[in-house]
Design a protein around this ligand. Structure first.
Ligand code: AHG
Ligand code: MN
Ligand code: MN
Length: 336
């Protein structure tokens, strides 16, 4: 006999969370629900990727000089069109769009700001490896009708919510509004995300190391010493660490969130500011990891305290279990 009594859908969860805040107008819940719909539509394209003509490159480059994949564009447009008419947003910005994405004049403007990486891990699209969507939500600070650049360039600690959708062996929607990090798994048979990972906490330590070690000769000295340390044999401190690097930040992050560990994209000779984008990748994941009990820094300061100078700002990223981030800092500060 099957029962639905214990089932918590994402939609129901969003509404129940809203009840905790009596001042809520429902605008924010509407925004999250629109995001969930966008997630289902993108997931559908991702899941059919090998069957329909959506693999490969478009022939264009994005603002970061990277080759754009067809699915990057599909995901970008899907999210924009799922979110631009709900009346919840005043402005958007995306890794795959040049500049701000205004809400069309004929749609109502809301009080929230959405920043997103429509498809993270693009290089893995064509080979059926996990990819994702990352999003970050702020409350607007500007006055007036349309949102402005100022609304998008807020430090990460001001995020009111952040999350990601992981298109993996199953599709998951993970988010936080500051009150715990919750994960929902998509059940295709009923077309709903169901609560599967309530109140996730990242283990305090973990011996999984995610870094592109192919760049070892470009690394700074502290990074080489750290790598040397964690790859040495010492059962007492769980060394050597296990190297796990998918190349989709969101998938590497998700695994480390569940198992404990650390992800690094450090500065190197070729990319002195790292590669990852502060607004679209580092901030939302830093918000989530902190809410789950972990930490995220750029090697000097908390990611969430960085004040962005422009939409495309890059940042080094050290993110994961709290103790593991502290260990990296001991190398950076020359204590080891
Ligand atoms: P995107 O696909 O959105 O451009 O992001 C790719 C990012 C990130 O997902 C991943 O961790 C990193 O690039 C991999 O970079 P390297 O190939 O330099 O390791
Ligand atoms: Mn990305
Ligand atoms: Mn991307």
């Amino acid at each position: 006999m099957s029962t639905t009594s214990g089932i918590m859908t994402l939609s129901r969860f969003i509404v129940e969370q809203e009840r905790i805040h009596p001042e809520a107008t429902g605008e924010f819940s509407g925004l999250l629900s629109d995001m969930a719909i966008a997630a289902k539509i993108v997931a559908r394209s991702v899941n059919k990727a090998g069957l329909i003509d959506v693999l490969g490159f478009t022939g264009d480059e994005n603002i970061f000089g990277e080759k754009v994949k067809k699915l990057d564009v599909i995901a970008n447009e899907t999210i924009i069109h799922a979110l631009d008419h709900g009346g919840h947003l005043c402005i958007m910005a995306s890794e795959e769009s040049n500049g701000l994405i205004p809400i069309p004049p004929y749609h109502k403007k809301g009080k929230y700001v959405l920043l997103f990486d429509p498809l993270d891990g693009s290089s893995n699209i064509d080979v059926n490896v996990s990819i994702g969507t990352i999003f970050s939500i702020f409350r607007r600070v500007s006055e007036g009708e349309d949102g402005t650049l100022e609304d998008c360039l807020q430090p990460g600690y001001k995020q009111v919510a952040a999350g990601y959708i992981l298109y993996g062996s199953s599709t998951m929607f993970v988010y936080s509004t500051g009150n715990g990090v919750h994960g929902f798994t998509f059940d295709p048979s009923i077309g709903e995300f169901l609560l599967s990972h309530e109140n996730m906490k990242i283990p305090e330590r973990g011996n999984i190391l995610s870094v592109n070690a192919g760049y070892i000769n470009r690394w700074e000295d502290w990074m080489k010493r750290y790598f040397e340390y964690v790859t040495q044999e010492d059962p007492e401190t769980n060394r050597p660490y296990s190297l796990r690097y998918i190349g989709s930040l969101v998938a590497d992050f998700h695994r480390n969130l569940l198992y404990g560990g650390i992800f690094l994209y450090p500065p190197d000779r070729k990319n002195p500011k790292g590669k990852l984008r502060l607004l679209y990748e580092a901030n939302p994941l830093a918000f989530l990891v902190e809410k789950a009990g972990g930490a995220a820094t750029d090697g000097r300061q908390r990611i969430l305290e960085k004040v962005p100078a422009d939409l495309n700002e890059r940042t080094p990223l050290i993110i994961g279990s709290k103790r593991e981030v502290e260990l990296v800092h001991e190398f950076i500060e020359g204590k080891r």
